[in-house]
Design a protein around this ligand. Sequence first.
Ligand code: CA
Length: 231
Amino acid sequence: MDKKRILVVEDEKNISNVIKAYLIKEGFDVITAEDGKMALEIFNNEEIHLIILDLMLPKLSGEEVCTTIRTTSDIPIIMLTAKVDEDDKIEGLSIGADDYVTKPFSPRELVSRVKALLRRSYRNSSPLAEILVFNNGDLEVDIDRMIVRKKGENVYLTSNEFKVLVSLLTRPGQVFSREQLIELAFGYDYEGFDRTIDTHIKNIRQKIEDDPKKPSYILTVYGAGYKFGGA
Ligand code: CA
C-alpha cells in the first residue's frame, strides 16, 4: 500500500502535535490545519486519504467542514469531539463522519482507528495494481487493457503473442514445455504445431527484449521449454 496522507484538523496545537507524531511514527504522511477554512483549502488542493477532524474549530466548525466535504467526497473522516453524550455521537455520524473519538483519547487508540478505517475504505480500490511492472519499470504490462510498454513506449503484440507473454509472466520462474504453454495460452483445442510457439516467442522477444539474442524476459530452458525471467 502506498504511503497514506492524513489531514489532521485541530486548533489545539499540543493535541495536534501528539497526533502528528504518532501518525508519522506509524509511517503516515501528515498535514495539519488549525481551522476549518484552512482544512477545506488543503482538502481541495492536496491528495488526502483520511481526515481527522476536530468538532470545535475556529472559522468553520468541524460539522460544517464535514458537511461541505461530503457534498463532493466520501473520503474517510474521523471526528474528534469533547462532547460525550450519545446525541452528539450520533450527530457526528449523521453529518457523514465514519467514526468518532471522544476527548480525552489515547493517541494509540486513535491510530488503530485510523488504520482500521483506511483498511475498510481502500480495500478494493487500487486501480493501478493491475499494471505489472518488471525490471524497475523497463517493462509494464496492463493485463486487463492488453497494453505492453517497453521503456515507457507502447509496443504492439498480436493477441496470440499477448496470451503467450501473460501466461509466462503471471507465473515467473516456472518452466513450461511448448505443449503446456499452448494449453495455457490458447486452450486445449488449439490446432497449431508446437513450433508455432517458437515463432511467437521470437516475435515477442523482438518487441520487449533489449537484445532478442540475449533475452532477459523470456528465457529458453534447454530441453524443457520456456520461463519468464523478469523481476
Ligand atoms: Ca478544538
